[in-house]
Design a protein around this ligand. Structure first.
Ligand code: LLP
Length: 413
């Protein structure tokens, strides 16, 4: 365990937040490019020369400017849909830098992934193995594949974002892996190049991650003993960040643990981090639109962002630090900070201490760089909010606010 990395976001760009909110309106997301650079460098440096590839998990935040930034840093890409594959290509990634995962790949997705010649299609089942083989043979090509194994390890994260137990839908049971690898090797349309594991997200203890790594290394060694050499071990993503300021796993320590687990095999390590690269780099700016007190009961601070801009509290009861950008003097009070959406689950925080606020005050919600805008939606016909990137004291809009006309443009009456 190490103390949490200081939230660079909070310090470097605080001075600009009021200016940004005034210019682009609220709600809006602000990402600090310098924080993303620093997070990438921490992971990359920790490999200390051991062969590796960092495949940024686009699902965390696939804003073109963010993906381009990661590409410019030397990252590779992890895509979970054809849309994400295309975003990665558009941002400069070559097909052989992209791994493609997905628990239910459509025929169109398989077809295109095979045609592109991605670094690896991560195979989720024996049926999918068949389908990829068939499409590759039909196209007269050979697809590089990795097998996603389910090691039955509890990530000890929120159950909604845990993926490594037998009761989760992901991958194939690890004890079935050797037979499936033999099967893949026997197919004309497939070349097995790796094993893949991803046991969950927002994992805050090292032990499950290390155990998952050890399980795939043991599998690779078993395969090698049987005459099959893999090229990489894809350890997935999942490293958690500190949403509440408490201690979490130090990213460098995490990388060193993976390398320690793998070194004996000599195999290249791939990882698919999302949250740890971009999460702490983002804030959501929102304004107070109402404050109301129920006599003898709750005090509500209603803000103009809600579950449409940040799903995490509603979906996982997730904690995000929330604070006024310019705190007023006075006693802090216990409030519920809620959004404007007509659902009771649309609350960012319950029974939270907040300095006094008034209608119009600017509030920031921290650590929304991952799974914030990426999971945004347009319920209640709320257009998507703008995204801003700051870099060395400068800022620019990387996505403007959607207009209602754009939102309705797909429809006819
Ligand atoms: N690789 C695979 C196969 C994944 O499924 C995921 C995340 C990642 C990598 C990246 O994981 P990360 O390093 O970001 O933890 N919406 C949830 C998180 C869902 C994660 C889904 N898979 C949240 O807001 O917490």
């Amino acid at each position: 365990m190490a103390p949490p990395a200081p939230s660079i976001t909070s310090d470097a760009i605080t001075g600009r937040l009021s200016e940004i909110a005034a210019a682009v309106g609220t709600p809006c997301y602000v990402y600090d490019a310098d924080a993303i650079r620093a997070a990438y460098a921490t992971l990359d440096d920790a490999f200390g020369g051991y062969p590796h590839a960092i495949h940024y998990a686009l699902k965390a935040n696939s804003a073109l400017a963010v993906v381009r930034l990661l590409h410019s840093l030397g990252s590779h890409a992890d895509a979970n849909s054809l849309g994400e594959v295309d975003v990665a290509l558009r941002c400069g990634f070559r097909p052989e830098q992209i791994v493609f995962t997905g628990v239910g790949k459509s025929a169109a997705e398989i077809d295109r992934a095979v045609a592109l010649g991605l670094l690896a299609i991560n195979v989720e089942s024996s049926g999918e193995l068949d389908r990829i083989d068939q499409r590759a043979v039909a196209q007269g090509t050979v697809a590089r594949v990795a097998l996603r194994v389910n090691p039955d390890i509890d990530a000890r994260s929120h159950p909604h974002i845990s993926t490594g137990l037998r009761s989760n839908k992901f991958g194939v049971p690890i004890d079935e892996a050797p037979a499936l690898f033999r099967e893949m090797a026997s197919r004309r349309g497939l070349t097995p190049i790796g094993a893949h594991v991803h046991i969950g997200s927002q994992i805050t203890t090292l032990d499950p991650l290390t155990r998952a790594a050890e399980a795939v290394v043991a599998l690779a060694q078993q395969l090698r003993a049987g005459g099959m050499a893999l090229q990489h071990l894809d350890m997935g993503g999942g490293l958690g960040i500190s949403y509440d300021g408490g201690p979490v796993v130090d990213p460098a320590e995490y990388v060193r643990a993976l390398v320690d687990a793998t070194r004996g095999s000599g195999l290249k390590v791939a990882i698919e981090p999302g949250r740890v690269l971009v999460g702490p780099a983002g804030v959501l700016l929102t304004r107070v639109v109402d404050v109301k007190q129920f006599p003898g009961a709750k005090r509500f601070v209603v803000v103009d962002a809600g579950m449409t801009e940040l799903m995490r509290p509603a979906l996982y009861n997730a904690y995000h630090r929330i604070e006024p950008v310019a705190p007023r003097a006075g006693e802090s009070v216990v409030v519920d900070i809620v959004g404007p959406i007509c659902e009771s689950t649309d609350a960012y925080a319950r029974d939270r201490r907040l300095p006094p606020v008034e209608v119009g005050d600017l509030i920031r919600v921290r650590d929304v760089g991952a799974y914030g805008a990426a999971m945004g939606h347009t319920y209640l016909r709320r257009p998507l909010s703008p995204e801003v990137m700051t870099e060395q004291g400068q800022w620019r809009v990387i996505r403007r606010r959607q207009t209602l006309d754009e939102l309705l443009s797909l429809e006819s009456e």
